[in-house]
Design a protein around this ligand. Structure first.
Ligand code: AHR
Length: 488
């Protein structure tokens, strides 16, 4: 059996771990909000209808930042519909998903939920059917203390303190032909620059994310990013990336190698942003926000045009298996490896809709397999990301050619000394892994968490002391937690 070798050294530092990498996404889509996080009358719900069982799981998941309210939904949304007395809120047709939106849940309910969940809100503005004015007024409603119409409206709605939202998305997937109000790159770049300019006049401290391509297979990928950034470079801080991996779209080997694709996607967006930086002769570097990513059985999805209008459609409630969880673990490894430029990540979505957490209306809430690699990466990745030097047997990676069977990254918390190594074996063969932790001679493995295609439930193996050599079962994910031995 060919052995994989792993070398970890503090000299291979990438960047500090940014907590925002462990974000998620709540969209008014399917049952993410209604009967997901919000269900008045549910046995665990509080007086505002926020489900306590879901909140508990969200805290356990370790989510840092949550993007809201969409997604495609935001491109036809009027934020004013979701604030103020419930009885006055209009019931509308949501054009993105062809669903009835009651507006029983809106901005202030989301902010209260976010504070109970202990997460940072990341808001998206509608640049599909609306524009500069509505976007600036939304910032004013959220972030100004008092003395202007929108700030005073919030106070009238019973929220005295500003929500102080730092992170804002300038629309959603505006290149997509499915997007309500979709635009060309030039049109969108100008609009993003104008909206960003006005929003920053309201609150100069906010951080702005421009829409990148909806995915890297879009025919305009990279040209879109270049044009948008040429128009909006000075106004924005981030460019977004969205990517979903469908286990059934290509062959199975390609799916297991999804992180190879994500690595290339991130590198290409960094290169494009830096090309624009050079062209415009700027010193600022644009950061990356992977604000939608996940495994999604997208080929099973029925387009909105082919469905009737419903109030609570159960949309894309995918069930995940062990391989899906290993792929999610590997995508998180790829994200950490790029922590020098990628500082925001939002797994899409949080509850029910392609989600780590599922619920039954009126019933239980539970964890899906993909919950575990996310929760434990979010919990254990602390301090500084260290690139792991890996030499591994090569595997067939389908449409990506050949790829190393083993992939890994580490984090080192200088304060506590904790070193965590995240490893995947993405091949269908077992692979022995020999670890060289030369710069950490006193570190011993205290905890070994794992799951695999064969064993999708999270398992804790007996810690084996020295990292030495371990056998990685086929299609498996591992978190090895090491701490230094006390000196004798
Ligand atoms: O997350 C589901 C949908 O996927 C989002 O609404 C959209 O932005 C993306 O295409």
């Amino acid at each position: 059996m060919a052995v994989a070798h792993l070398t970890i050294d503090p000299a291979f530092a990438v960047a500090p771990v940014d907590r925002r990498l462990f974000g998620s996404f709540v969209e008014h889509m399917g049952r993410c909000v209604y009967t997901g996080i919000f269900e008045p009358g549910h046995p665990s719900a509080d007086a505002d209808g926020l489900r306590g069982d879901v909140l508990e799981l969200v805290r356990e998941l370790g989510v840092s930042t949550v993007r809201y309210p969409g997604g495609n939904f935001v491109s036809g949304y009027r934020w004013e519909d979701g604030v103020g007395p419930r009885g006055d809120r209009p019931q509308r047709l949501d054009l993105a998903w062809r669903a009835i939106e009651t507006n029983a849940f809106g901005l202030n309910e989301f902010m209260r939920w976010a504070s109970l969940a202990g997460v940072e809100p990341m808001m998206a503005v509608n640049l599909g059917t609306r524009g500069v004015e509505a976007a600036a007024e939304l910032v004013e409603y959220c972030n100004l203390a008092e003395g202007t119409a929108a700030a005073d409206l919030r106070r009238k709605h019973g929220v005295a303190q500003p929500h102080d939202v730092r992170l804002w998305c300038l629309g959603n997937e505006m290149d997509g032909p499915w997007q309500i109000g979709n635009l060309t790159a030039l049109e969108y770049g100008r609009l993003a620059a104008r909206a960003g300019h006005a929003m920053r006049r309201v609150d100069p401290g906010i951080e702005l994310v421009a829409c990148g391509s909806s995915n890297s297979d879009m025919p305009t990928f990279a040209a879109w990013e270049a044009t948008v950034l040429e128009q909006a470079y000075d106004q924005v801080d981030y460019i977004s990336l969205h990517t979903y991996y469908d286990p059934e779209k290509h062959d199975e080997a390609s799916f297991r190698a999804s992180a190879v694709d994500l690595d290339g996607f991130i590198d290409n967006v960094v290169a494009t942003a830096d090309h624009v930086r050079a062209k415009l002769r700027r010193s600022k570097r644009i950061k990356l926000s992977l604000d939608e990513w996940n495994v999604w059985y997208q080929s099973r999805f029925t387009e909105p045009e082919d469905r009737g209008i419903e109030e609570l459609p159960a949309l894309i409630e995918d069930d995940y298996d062990g391989t899906d969880a290993v792929v999610v673990g590997n995508l998180l490894i790829s994200m950490l490896r790029h922590a020098d430029r990628l500082t925001v990540g939002c797994q899409a979505q949080l509850v029910n809709v392609i989600a780590p957490i599922r619920t039954e209306a009126g019933g239980r809430a539970w964890r899906q397999t993909i919950f575990h690699p996310f929760a434990h990466t979010a919990r254990l990745a602390r301090g500084t990301v260290l690139r792991a030097a890996v030499t591994a047997p090569s595997m067939d990676a389908g449409r990506y050619g050949q790829a190393p069977a083993v992939d890994a990254v580490a984090t080192h918390d200088e304060e506590t000394g904790a070193l965590t190594v995240f490893v995947v074996n993405r091949s269908t063969e077992p692979v022995p892994l020999a670890a060289d932790l030369r710069a950490f001679p006193r570190h011993r493995v205290r905890q070994h968490l794992t799951l695999s295609a064969e064993q999708p439930e999270l398992t804790e193996l007996a810690p084996q002391g020295e990292a030495g050599e371990i056998l990685l079962p086929p299609v498996s994910w591992h978190a090895l937690c090491l701490t230094p031995e006390e000196p004798q």
